[in-house]
Design a protein around this ligand. Structure first.
Ligand SMILES: CC[C@@H](C(=O)O)C(=O)SCCNC(=O)CCNC(=O)[C@H](O)C(C)(C)COP(=O)(O)OP(=O)(O)OC[C@H]1O[C@@H](n2cnc3c(N)ncnc32)[C@H](O)[C@@H]1OP(=O)(O)O
Length: 254
């Protein structure tokens, strides 16, 4: 199974379960994340949604290039990108707090998933970055748009995007992208992080999230996310992008 879904003590945990592919996202993972979101929407006893990856090496390495390299044109790319962008928009606008429990490398779309969550807790050995630029594309699942809304200084957010490289956890904490850097188990880090929040009535959490979401609606977040998708789709069909993906896939096979 490409993902695991668990509901325990009010916490729904969605785990991308493709360690051998560094938890890359394929259609099954996308559908699983949608399933997790629908479950949270329909069950009032869910207090938190946690997204994480199996193992210790990777949180998520972004879109599965071995599958999505088959998408050649702008229209083909738009189909895949907008599917995940819509799912991440639902994740980002859930009424319960969402937590990216970053157990290992989070790059490309993996960094976008983490940015769509309210909070990012990072293992000290983990790295994260919007490395899409190395593939001659921009972020395409809405992550760039969320990044500019996450309260980081504008120059730091922009630098993350244009550097297109993975940063250490401590750097990401220093610039305000990661809220905590943890040693030890992710279960322990999560329990510690939600200890105070747990004591607060869920209606209060929902009310605060609604304040933030009202601001997002006023700022046309959904339309901006879809514009990001279109931009990425346009770059996707370039020769530079297809060459960069081929070069990654060929290197992997050696
Ligand atoms: C499509 C949407 C777009 C977006 O909108 O954001 C994207 O997400 S683009 C995808 C961006 N992601 C990448 O470019 C990441 C590529 N992967 C890596 O850079 C590295 O694999 C890693 C994540 C830094 C991990 O490095 P390492 O620990 O050294 O592992 P390997 O490189 O040896 O990988 C092991 C295994 O996994 C396969 N793999 C890794 N990432 C992907 C991926 N994104 N898609 C498909 N397959 C992936 C890799 O090919 C290896 O496979 P084998 O050679 O068969 O063992």
């Amino acid at each position: 199974m490409a993902y695991l879904l668990e509901h325990k003590d009010g916490i729904v945990t969605f785990t991308i379960n493709r360690e051998e592919k560094r938890n890359a996202v394929n259609d099954e993972v996308m559908d699983g994340l949608q399933e997790a979101i629908t479950y949270v929407e329909q069950n009032n006893d869910v207090r938190f949604l946690v997204v994480t990856g199996a193992g210790e090496k990777s949180f998520c390495s972004g879109g599965d290039l071995s599958v999505f390299h088959a998408l050649e044109t702008e229209d083909e790319a738009f189909g895949m990108l907008s599917k995940m962008a819509n799912i991440l928009y639902k994740l980002a606008t859930l009424p319960v707090p969402t937590i990216a429990l970053i157990n290992g490398t989070a790059v490309g779309g993996g960094c976008e998933i983490a940015t769509a969550c309210d909070f990012r807790l990072m293992a000290s050995h983990a790295k994260a970055g919007f490395i899409q630029g190395t593939l001659a594309i921009t972020s395409g699942w809405g992550g760039g748009t969320y990044l500019f809304e996450r309260g980081l200084r504008h120059d730091r957010a922009l630098k993350m995007l244009v550097d297109a490289k993975a940063y250490d956890a401590q750097v990401l904490y220093d610039i305000g992208w990661a809220m905590r850097v943890f040693e030890g188990t992710k279960r322990g880090a999560l329990a510690d992080f939600i200890e105070d929040m747990r004591k607060i009535h869920p209606s209060v959490h929902q009310a605060y999230k609604e304040i933030e979401l009202r601001k997002w609606r006023e700022r046309n977040m959904y339309e901006r996310v879809m514009e990001e998708v279109r931009t990425c789709a346009r770059l996707w069909e370039s020769e530079a992008h297809h060459q960069a993906v081929n070069s990654f896939l060929t290197k992997s096979k050696k």
